[in-house]
Design a protein around this ligand. Structure first.
Ligand SMILES: Cc1ncc(COP(=O)(O)O)c(C=O)c1O
Length: 420
């Protein structure tokens, strides 16, 4: 692909109009939507109204007029996106807290062997939560299945482990480092057959991969809304629990918002019916209001179209990397097959960290380009079809090439900063 072909692709792109729905800082290219999505213009408008009119003028009246209905309205939009019923999804808290709640309730339910399992590709926060629960419940040590590399899971090994030690398993549908995409339905069926359940963390998948939780026979899933869903920094997580399991599961954080009748202010806790019992405290209204703009855009664009463009753009990027960058010591750290990859592409290089800094700094040869870095040497490039242009991918490849050819990366320190 050359620059003019890239521009032609942008002209024909059915999603091109969605770029105009986001705020774009001048003169920089953003490839970190897999970490924090861009600001939808509508979110600015919603926040202004929520602050000025609802909080400022409406004050306490806004609970009845606007805010009490908000969590359910946003939940129904997430439900539509993942093809489940409205009363199977709730919104609130962070992914880490949601994971704690659901694993705790599963361990208490008696429905599955009390054994926690994950794998080495999962996000560290998920591992920490499970380690804590292992101590709290005084159960067998958490099993972390490992593989020969950090790129892909060995599905046969994982299945063997589930069969030998059934229990409660947590996996990230798209792995945060390499973008490996698990065969969801196959694993769900295997887990069910072997007296186990998989809790899917969809943080790196939702809004980029078309996920049908019914078709894949998923029982529990959760994830954050601030990546491809463009919900805003720290926007609330979503939690899905299939209807049949709901009566067996109870929220370990028994707050008033999960009470059957919170505004009766009775002395004893009576859990609300169904998924409503997984609420704990007062919802974060401003964050939740802003996140609605993000899910509305994904629904309007349609997830199948988003996935198609993500696949096309990733393939073009990978092809260009193979031709132009692997001779310069870049290596591809994501699966090559489209059905086994999410929407970010990971590369490495002996000077990954310094290259990352050179991209972010920009130069006379290229604009500022924002990817992110994950230790020990991964540079991740998020493809976000609602606003990533084909032209941007062309400029990115050219910049990666120039930085190595001119040794521009040597101008940057080997020392790591905190947030990258
Ligand atoms: C896969 C995955 N799980 C969990 C988390 C933690 O999410 P939170 O900070 O909302 O608890 C993240 C954060 O990036 C993530 O990528």
């Amino acid at each position: 692909m050359d620059l003019s072909q890239a521009k032609q692709k942008d002209e024909k792109d059915p999603l091109s109009k969605f770029r105009n729905h986001f705020y774009h800082p001048k003169k920089e290219l953003y490839f970190d939507g897999n970490s924090l999505g861009k600001l939808p213009l509508k979110a600015q408008e919603i926040l202004h109204n929520s602050i000025q009119t609802q909080w400022g003028d409406g004050l306490i009246r806004s609970w009845n007029e606007h805010w009490l209905e908000l969590p359910k309205r946003v939940a129904s939009k997430y439900a539509q996106l993942i093809n489940v019923e409205n009363d199977e999804v709730c919104i609130g808290e962070s992914t880490s807290v949601r994971l704690y709640q659901i694993l705790h309730s599963l361990l208490n339910s008696g429905s599955f062997p009390k054994h926690l399992k994950t794998d080495i590709l999962n996000f560290p926060s998920d591992l920490y939560i499970m380690e804590g629960l292992e101590k709290e419940f005084n159960i067998l040590p958490l099993k972390v299945v490992s593989y020969p590399n950090e790129i892909e899971a060995d599905i046969d090994k994982l299945k063997k482990d589930i069969k030998e030690n059934p229990g409660i398993i947590c996996l990230s549908l798209v792995s945060y480092k390499s973008s490996f995409l698990y065969p969801m339905q196959q694993l769900n069926q295997w887990a069910t057959k072997h007296d186990s359940i998989i809790v899917w963390d969809l943080s790196h998948a939702i809004g980029a991969v078309d996920i049908d939780l019914k078709e894949t026979e998923t029982k529990i899933a959760l994830g954050c809304s601030y990546k491809y869903m463009n919900g805003g920094p720290g926007s609330p997580a979503f939690l899905y629990i299939e209807k049949a399991l709901q009566p067996k599961l109870f929220n370990p954080i028994q707050g008033w918002f999960g009470h059957q009748k919170p505004f009766d202010f009775s002395k004893n806790y009576i859990p609300a019916e169904g998924i409503d019992r997984f609420a704990s405290g007062t919802p974060s209204i401003l964050s939740m209001a802003a996140m609605e703009a993000g899910v509305d855009l994904v629904l309007e664009a349609e997830i199948k179209t988003i996935r198609e463009k993500s696949t096309l753009q990733s393939e073009l990027f990978l092809k260009a990397v193979e031709h132009k960058l692997t001779p310069l010591e870049y290596a591809i750290e994501s699966p090559l097959e489209k059905d086994r990859r999410g929407s970010h592409v990971t590369l490495s290089h002996p000077f990954s960290w310094q290259i990352c800094q050179a991209l972010v700094a920009g130069s006379e040869f290229h604009p500022k380009i924002i990817p992110d870095f994950r230790p020990p040497h991964f540079i991740r490039f998020g493809i976000t079809p609602l606003y990533t242009k084909y032209e941007a991918i062309w400029i990115l490849v050219d910049a990666l090439k120039t930085i190595v050819e001119t040794k521009a990366y040597l101008n940057f320190s080997k020392e790591k900063t905190i947030v990258t």
